[in-house]
Design a protein around this ligand. Structure first.
Ligand SMILES: [Zn+2]
Length: 259
């Protein structure tokens, strides 16, 4: 029987039978893995606290024919502080569900693993505003999945772009289009496009190239942030076709915070 050993973050869990749970992990070396945690719902289980969502563990898995089984599990870091705070939990649930939806079983993506771990840390310590952390996560998610928005060359005619007061971001085509292509596609752009200032293009570039570090020198306004947030949502919706249930919950939590 094959045995795997890897670092793993708990994405979700659900009950199986009387005493067991199935845990979905995102692992560093094998991508998404689902494995049974035997007897975890019995009162004397020593691992029930370890398999809670977001926890960062070292796991040993027995590969079964139909389903994998957890052999050993040791906690590296617990995200209690995230789970104990409803707002942080809403953000982290969205992040975990997004990773669950975009990842494949047995297909490693170390950059995605690193992004998940660093985003959970960012949510926990909250040095930056939570919505900004969410924005960087969404844009970085596109980058690690090979869907980086193109900002240097026109996505339509491939001409090198010179940024102007108005820059035309075409969601469906995957990046900026030049003024000439914009003139030719105005009707189409109305439904797919965002007009970005040079400042916003630069902010987007910083996030694409430097992730959370790119946020440190964010100089945009709240309005610009919102526009980039809408743009990233539209981009993810079109190119990844994601429907994330926790995102509705996160929106509800955000609305409650505004009132
Ligand atoms: Zn063009």
């Amino acid at each position: 029987m094959a045995i795997l050993r890897t670092e793993a973050i708990v994405l979700k869990q659900f009950d199986l039978g009387e005493a067991d749970k199935i845990i979905t992990f995102f692992t560093k070396d094998y991508g998404k893995i689902r494995a049974v945690a035997k007897g975890v719902r019995k009162s004397k289980s020593s691992i029930s606290g370890i398999v809670l969502p977001f926890n960062y563990n070292l796991i040993t898995i027995y590969r079964g024919k139909s389903i994998d089984r957890i052999n050993q599990i040791r906690n590296i870091f617990t995200f209690n502080k995230v789970r104990e705070d409803l707002i942080k939990m809403a953000y982290a649930s969205f992040v975990a569900e997004a990773v669950e939806k975009v990842s494949q079983e047995n297909q490693a993506n170390e950059a995605l693993f690193a992004l998940l771990l660093s985003t959970l840390h960012k949510i926990m310590v909250e040095e930056e505003k939570l919505p900004y952390i969410e924005l960087v996560f969404k844009i970085s998610l596109l980058v690690v999945l090979g869907l980086k928005p193109q900002l240097d060359y026109c996505v339509s005619c491939n001409k090198k772009l010179a940024y102007a007061e108005k820059n035309y971001f075409h969601v469906q085509q995957g990046g900026l289009i030049c003024p000439e292509c914009y003139q030719d596609n105005q009707e189409d752009f109305r439904f797919q496009g965002y007009i970005l200032s040079v400042q916003m293009v630069e902010s987007l570039k910083k996030i694409i190239n430097n992730g959370f570090k790119g946020l440190r020198d964010w100089e945009g306004t709240e309005r610009e942030y919102r526009q980039l947030d809408q743009l990233s949502d539209a981009f993810i919706k079109y190119h990844l076709e994601l429907k994330i249930k926790s995102y509705d919950f996160l929106h509800m939590i955000k609305k409650l915070g505004e009132t």
